[in-house]
Ligand binder design. Structure first.
Ligand SMILES: Cc1cc2nc3c(=O)[nH]c(=O)nc-3n(C[C@H](O)[C@H](O)[C@H](O)COP(=O)(O)O)c2cc1C
Length: 354
């Protein structure tokens, strides 16, 4: 398996499986001299961890990160930052039934087809447990870019959609409800719906919106490494993601140029921001905003028809501790991936300038 590293200069390599000893990573290229707030790193991990509320998987993992290198007296030294999160709450027996069978729409069959061997316990490497490493690296990237503000939040669960823009809500209220939606009425509706879905043994999808504020102009390499292309890859690399749009996105396709163009103010800012803070693949200093669509995850607590590794039809009954809706836990993952992209492009920008 290759492709376990993300970023060119600020680079995270992640390792580990859901039911192995632990998961972790190495961050290569993080500049020296960054005074780290270690609590802020753990806080982001706590926002992702299982068992944090009644609407997420009930697997109880403390998800405490341990650092092995690259930090001395709380300050980055410039050498690789190695870290791990040990797994403490595996129930591998819950996965015995998928040893020879494939969960429809999960990664079970494609892993078997590709590698001829699969660690089926907890989904192995295909488990979103891997994303805890991204959250650690992203929390460090956020501190490297301390002037930039990354805010992700849940804007839809199934058909329940928040109809307000990020400017119309108080982004500081996101952590006040377990859904992480800044519209309190919608948050309640979403919470109730997720509970109902869980009772039915089913799952539901959702959308995470993200806004990045105070981004300096000039980030992004404008041919293959366009800022929005890098963000798209980052978001689409998150488990269960099915869609990415930035700025006016798919709605913009219905518009006319005369309405869609962002007209300039004399100070170089724009009167509107359909561009989503990016033009020609380069940040223009306006807010960057985007949406990420997550599917209803594959493991449902209902019986389903599937096949086994001999191609025979079998009936599968879902088991184990799973997320009925992943978006509340995926909020810090989206922020982390956005921070990793901007940290990398910030370092690249320093390389290409005199
Ligand atoms: C935070 C988070 C939690 C997840 N929890 C589960 C889960 O409990 N059960 C499940 O089947 N999939 C879960 N997934 C999704 C799977 O990891 C993912 O669907 C699987 O790896 C197949 O990849 P794909 O959906 O991207 O094709 C989760 C994803 C995220 C982002």
């Amino acid at each position: 398996m290759s492709g376990n590293s993300f970023g060119k200069l600020f680079q995270l390599t992640s390792f580990g499986e859901s039911h192995g000893l632990g998961i972790g990573g190495v961050i290569d290229g993080c500049p020296s001299g960054i005074e780290l707030d270690m609590e802020a790193i753990q806080k982001d991990l706590n926002r992702r961890k299982p068992g944090q509320s009644a609407i997420v998987t009930q697997r109880k993992e403390p998800d405490e990160v341990e650092f092995f290198s690259g930090i001395f007296d709380g300050i980055t030294t410039g050498v690789p930052i190695g870290f791990a999160i040990f797994n403490t709450n595996q129930k591998s027996k819950d996965y015995d039934h998928i040893k020879d069978q494939y969960r429809p729409s999960h990664a079970d069959k494609v892993y078997d087809d590709k590698y001829g061997f699969r660690d089926y316990r907890g989904g192995g490497r295909s488990s979103a447990r891997e994303t805890a490493s991204r959250v650690v690296a992203g929390a460090i990237a956020k501190q490297f870019l301390s002037d930039v503000k990354f805010t992700a939040y849940v804007s839809a669960v199934g058909e329940i959609q928040m109809n307000k823009t990020y400017q119309e809500v108080d982004l500081d209220t996101i952590e006040q409800n377990p859904v992480r939606c800044p519209d309190p009425e919608k948050a309640l509706e979403m919470e109730k719906y997720i509970k109902q879905i869980r009772k039915e043994g089913d799952t539901v999808g959702g959308i995470i919106s993200c806004v990045i504020q105070n981004v300096p102009a000039g980030l992004g390499e404008p041919v293959f490494n366009k800022l929005h292309a890098e963000l798209g890859k980052a978001m689409l690399s998150i488990n269960a993601v099915k869609g990415f749009e930035y700025g006016s996105g798919f709605e913009g396709a219905k518009d006319r140029g005369s309405n869609h163009n962002d007209l300039y103010n004399n100070d170089g800012t724009t009167q509107t921001n359909q561009s989503g803070g990016i033009q020609g693949g380069i940040s223009n200093g306006m807010d960057i905003y985007f949406n990420v669509a997550f599917k209803p995850v594959a493991t449902i607590m209902q019986s389903q028809q599937t096949i086994n590794n001999k191609g025979e039809n079998v009936e599968m009954q879902g088991k184990g501790r799973h997320d009925p809706c992943v978006v509340p836990r995926a909020v810090p993952i989206v922020e982390a991936m956005a921070a990793l992209v901007l940290a990398d492009l910030t370092l690249l920008d320093r390389v290409v300038k005199k």
